[in-house]
Design a protein around this ligand. Structure first.
Ligand SMILES: CC(C)(COP(=O)(O)OP(=O)(O)OC[C@H]1O[C@@H](n2cnc3c(N)ncnc32)[C@H](O)[C@@H]1OP(=O)(O)O)[C@@H](O)C(=O)NCCC(=O)NCCS
Length: 163
């Protein structure tokens, strides 16, 4: 990973950043999410910190928060985990931060015995799929899903085999 790029676990000081990121109109629209309050993120972070099934990371560039990566499924005991979220502020997208940080997280999961990582993304989300392909993910399934904003969206399931 680039020298100026850092990943660290989410903590209580990240409420404002996650609130801003996840209410940023282009990110909301791309993720088919609905607006949230600061309290939603205070509550979410406090839940994540207690939940051993989940790990959430903030990606920083030159010390500035740029994005959020979330992993879950860690307690399944089947060697499988899920990349439940990858989202960067628009001004930090397309700079290779997603690829570098996801690779680093996959490396850490591999070292801890995770053999496969799955994710879901929209069929028409070309930048996300390009990033995931560079991290070793391949499409294994197509499906339709009803999203948080009520839209029916064509989606793909992707997997990266770490063995
Ligand atoms: C998806 C996301 C996490 C990827 O992170 P990122 O840092 O922007 O990704 P990277 O810069 O590492 O890689 C993106 C790749 O997509 C390519 N790309 C950009 N626009 C593209 C397009 N319209 N069509 C095809 N590829 C495109 C880039 O060229 C780059 O590949 P390259 O390095 O080989 O040139 C980030 O863009 C993001 O937060 N998007 C909004 C939220 C989102 O869609 N999250 C994913 C939900 S599953």
């Amino acid at each position: 990973m680039e020298k100026s790029l850092q990943i660290r676990p989410v903590n209580e000081s990240d409420v404002k950043f996650l609130y801003q990121l996840m209410n940023c109109p282009p990110v909301l629209e791309r993720l088919n999410e609905v607006p949230t309050t600061r309290q939603d993120w205070t509550d979410a972070i406090s839940e994540w910190l207690k939940d051993e099934d989940e790990e959430d990371y903030i990606v920083l560039a030159g010390g500035i928060r740029t994005g959020w990566l979330g992993i879950n499924g860690l307690l399944g005991g089947d060697g499988i985990a899920y990349l439940k979220m990858a989202a960067f502020l628009p001004e930090y997208q397309g700079k290779g931060y997603g690829t570098s940080s996801i690779r680093e997280v996959l490396d850490s999961l591999k070292q801890r015995g995770i053999e496969q990582v799955f994710l879901y993304t929209d069929s028409d989300n070309a930048p996300a799929q390009a990033c995931y392909r560079k991290c070793g993910f391949k499409v294994v399934e197509s499906l339709t899903e009803t999203m948080s904003n009520g839209k029916e969206v064509d989606r793909v399931k992707m997997v990266s085999c770490l063995k």
